[in-house]
Design a protein around this ligand. Structure first.
Ligand code: SF4
Ligand code: SF4
Length: 208
């Protein structure tokens, strides 16, 4: 049975993107049991439910090619501490889900004058990859006891990027009292989360 659904991060609904992707209708929603499931008799192990771009964008469906891989994925899922709620919050590298985090380019100066540490994420709407390649913001928030302001700025003018030494979008720029302490350029996958958090922590240490 190669397909495994990680229900820890799946909202388990009948509107699942993987249902129309499955060519044999093996992947379906069982209305009686109220759950997504795979009919092993119909499944041809094609892997499309897990690998197609049209399928689940949060990586909740996993597919293995051999028993070792199956065992490894099963273990990964058992140890996965994420919950569906983690996917519902704003994430580094994605368009804002909570509008209070959003800041117009033109309002940025005002935000930077709050006197607090400002974590400004520059992103471009058309470049956002997807949820699987982005980090829940609450884990970033947990990195300091200091009060800080987090804002996401959709970049439409590349001059802004030059001003803040941004070389790759998304970028997280750390500023206090209008002084820039550092920037982290580019996407970080969930697997690289610790590296991203360590880099944020390093920069935060230098903030006066
Ligand atoms: S798209 Fe992904 S998260 Fe949504 S119901 Fe399907 S498997 Fe679950
Ligand atoms: S592996 Fe292929 S046949 Fe099996 S459930 Fe997924 S998409 Fe359907």
């Amino acid at each position: 049975m190669p397909v495994i659904i990680n229900f820890k991060i799946c909202d388990n609904c009948d509107a699942c993107n993987a249902i129309p992707v499955c060519p044999t209708k093996a992947y379906h929603y069982n209305y009686e049991k109220k759950t997504l499931e795979v009919d092993e008799k119909k499944c041809t192990d094609c892997g499309l439910c897990a690998t197609s771009e049209k399928s689940c964008s949060v990586g909740a469906i996993r597919w293995s090619r051999d028993p070792e891989e199956f065992a490894r994925i099963k273990k990964e899922i058992e140890e996965d501490k994420r919950t569906v709620a983690d996917l519902m919050v704003d994430r580094y590298g994605a368009t804002p889900i909570n509008m209070p985090f959003y800041c117009e380019e033109g309002n940025l100066k005002k935000v930077l004058k709050t006197g607090k540490i400002c974590l400004i994420e520059f992103y471009k709407e058309e470049l956002t990859e997807c949820l699987i390649k982005s980090i829940p913001i609450k884990e970033i928030f947990a990195q300091t006891n200091e009060e800080f302001v987090y804002r996401k700025v959709n970049i439409t003018n590349d001059d802004v990027l030059k001003k803040y030494n941004v070389t790759k979008i998304p970028s997280l720029v750390i500023i206090k009292d209008e002084k820039q302490y550092g920037e982290i350029n580019g996407y970080y996958s969930v697997a690289e989360k610790e590296e991203l958090i360590a880099r944020i922590r390093e920069i935060l240490k230098t903030v006066e």
